[in-house]
Design a protein around this ligand. Structure first.
Ligand code: SAM
Length: 270
């Protein structure tokens, strides 16, 4: 088998972490996401994934947050069959394959040019792929702005510098008549602590950002309104977490403050 050697910068390299987490989940006896395509894809990449030092916690939470964000997309598409889907900082995510939208849906995958090149090589599909730095203006111009949109940003927020995520959000909500934005949230502490996480440390990433109050984005001037904050510690899928992680997660679930420090899905409408 021809294995590709990815040439990725520091931030884009994080896509290998989420890809590998989904791949490892798919190989578990009782997977949470069960994304076998991600497992196949990881096998085609010539990279020492062991250097990412992925722990079971990161594998199951990454799989679970992907599953919950897929659910957001599926529900939105069911309610808006001719919508637009945007996956911001898509990496090598196979979300479109997992969600299998009808041809009436227009799907846009957006990431840095080097990622888009790799993606087009090893994950061809029917999505529109946009090569862009999301902190720069102009990339939205090619996306039709007359249809409702569901916008996913998974694993992106901590890597956008300064207030660029907020700025991008204002541009997005001004572009579409209505829609939903769904992200996996990071508290300020979780974002700060990320640099001590063995995986992020292994990649050498220093800065990350987050916010505590799920209502904070309502003050970004983007017309966002919080629809739901879903704590993943309380998801039924926790029953499939390996022990002792399952017991620890169930304990954490009793406290909202502690649950917030872990994975959560934030959903906003505009
Ligand atoms: C942790 S990875 C997540 C990838 C994918 N969403 C997933 O869940 O597998 C973060 C992704 O965000 C992308 N990214 C970060 N900052 C970006 C920016 N300013 N413009 C475009 N993409 C960006 C990276 O290249 C990377 O693919």
């Amino acid at each position: 088998m021809h294995r590709r050697q990815p040439k990725l910068g520091l931030i884009p390299e994080t896509l290998l972490l989420t890809l590998y987490a989904r791949a490892l989940d798919a190989k578990l006896p009782s997977p949470i996401l069960g994304d076998t395509l991600s497992a196949e894809l990881a096998d085609t990449i010539d990279y020492d994934f062991r250097r990412l030092k992925l722990k079971p916690n990161l594998v199951v939470t990454t799989a679970l947050r992907a599953k919950k964000l897929d659910d957001v997309v599926r529900a939105y598409i069911a309610a808006h069959p001719e919508c637009v889907v945007l996956d911001l900082g898509c990496g090598l995510d196979t979300r479109m394959v997992r969600c299998a939208p009808s041809p009436d849906v227009d799907w846009y995958d957006i990431d840095f040019p080097e990622v888009v090149d790799l993606r087009s090589e090893c994950l061809p599909g029917r999505s529109h792929v946009i090569a862009a730095d999301l902190t720069e203006p102009g990339w939205l111009d090619t996306i039709p702005g007359d249809r409702p949109a569901v916008i996913i940003a998974e694993g992106l927020l901590p890597f956008m510098p300064g207030d660029s995520f907020q700025h991008m959000t204002r541009e997005l909500t001004a572009h579409f008549p209505s829609g939903e934005l769904a992200i996996n949230g990071y508290t300020r502490f979780a974002a700060w602590a990320m640099k001590y996480h063995p995986t992020i440390k292994a990649l050498g990433i220093k800065a990350a950002q987050g916010f505590d109050d799920p209502h904070e984005p309502e003050n970004w001037g983007a017309g966002l309104e919080l629809v739901e904050e879903e704590m993943l510690t309380r998801a039924p899928e926790v029953a499939r977490f390996p022990q002792p992680l399952r017991a620890l997660t169930r304990l954490t679930a009793r406290s909202t403050a502690l649950s917030r420090q872990g994975a959560r899905i934030l959903r906003y409408q505009f």
